[in-house]
Ligand binder design. Structure first.
Ligand code: GTP
Ligand code: MG
Ligand code: ZN
Length: 317
């Protein structure tokens, strides 16, 4: 039997077959995919082959093969173990939810996320959520950020999952595709899924519990079929985003605005740090490239995984 993984708890996988049946599956023994060291060998979105076994009254599936992934989003957990985790596989696009506060999302986090998606050519759309809560000054800040990322080529939309502002626009972009919602815990991913498909009624953080920082409401990634020919993967909030398996020399290629200028650097192996006649650094001086982007870049090429930790998101997980 063949199916798609809709939910993964780490030991159990919910797999949906083409004819719409769901099976609870396990993986056989020490089954690992070659080349990828991750804490989860099978991720939501994976296409898997399994055999059905009946044990007493229970029917379970045993996964014995994973089809090659079109792409995936992988991150290094920001803790000492440095383990990597595949958030989801076989995506058409990702919506990264960003909030200015409650919780704050910093540009360095956005950039790390974008770079990983660029490496697999997964389109990312930035959704600035909770626009109903901001002061005029904060709205200006959102506009500034949106303009910064639009200039690079990313679609940016200001939304409110609770008032419904621009939710219809998001829906339109999802038709016919498998999308994922990502972002810090509390940015409103599950609330947005519910706004898009109210019948799902998935668990979101109660207003009264909002002060509890670092508490995750969604604990496992899960895919849902939507009524308008689309699929969405709701994911648990992520704190830090460590990039995985990237050479120092290739990181700049995933900053689209750096990549465009690379051919104008004097040295073709320029990494835009200390080299003379670097087109990226000139663009930075001219204000064509944002300092926040360049700072994120420097952190990444220096491998400073630890320094971007944001304490309030750091719940020792
Ligand atoms: N005012 C306002 N509140 C929102 C909006 N979107 C979400 N919220 C609130 O933010 C809180 C967190 O929302 P969730 O949907 O649980 O956040 P999440 O991103 O799914 O969080 P995790 O599952 O922990 O990763 C809830 O109390 C929501 O009601 C919005 O657009 N405006
Ligand atoms: Mg959630
Ligand atoms: Zn350069």
């Amino acid at each position: 039997m063949v199916g798609i993984v809709y939910k993964s708890t780490g030991s159990w996988y919910t797999v949906k077959t083409d004819n719409g049946d769901f099976y609870d599956c396990r993986i056989k023994g020490k089954f690992r995919i070659k080349g990828i060291k991750s804490t989860n060998p099978v991720a939501v979105g994976d296409v898997v082959h399994f055999q059905v076994e009946t044990i007493g009254d229970d029917t379970i599936g045993i996964i014995h093969e994973i089809e090659e992934r079109k792409n995936y989003i992988i991150r290094k957990s920001v803790n000492l173990s440095k383990q990597t985790h595949i958030i989801a596989a076989n995506l058409d696009q990702v919506f990264l939810l960003v909030t200015l506060n409650n919780p704050p999302t910093y540009p360095v986090f956005i950039d790390r996320f974008l770079i990983t998606a660029e490496a697999y050519e997964i389109p990312v759309i930035l959704l600035f959520n909770k626009v109903d809560t901001y002061t005029p000054e904060e709205l200006d800040e959102i506009k500034f950020l949106a303009a910064l990322y639009r200039k690079i080529g990313y679609i940016c939309i200001g939304i409110s999952a609770t008032t419904g502002k621009n939710v219809e626009k998001v829906k339109e972009m999802m038709v016919g595709k498998t999308s994922m919602f990502s972002g810090h815990s509390g940015v409103g991913k599950s609330t947005l899924v519910n706004a898009i498909e109210p019948t799902l009624d998935i668990k979101t953080k109660k207003i009264s519990e909002q002060h509890l920082q670092g508490q995750h409401t969604t604990t496992f990634a899960e895919m849902f079929d939507l009524s308008f020919n689309a699929r969405i993967i709701d994911t648990p909030g992520i704190k830090g985003f460590g990039i995985v398996d990237m050479e120092k020399e290739e990181i700049g290629d995933y900053f689209p605005e750096f990549f465009k200028l690379k051919q104008d650097c004097k040295f073709n192996n320029c990494i835009h740090v200390d080299e003379p006649k670097c087109a990226v650094k000139s663009a930075l001086e001219n204000g064509e490239i944002a300092w926040s982007r360049y700072n994120s870049y420097l952190q990444m090429i220096k491998g400073e995984d630890e320094n971007y930790r944001v304490d309030i998101h750091d719940d020792k997980k």
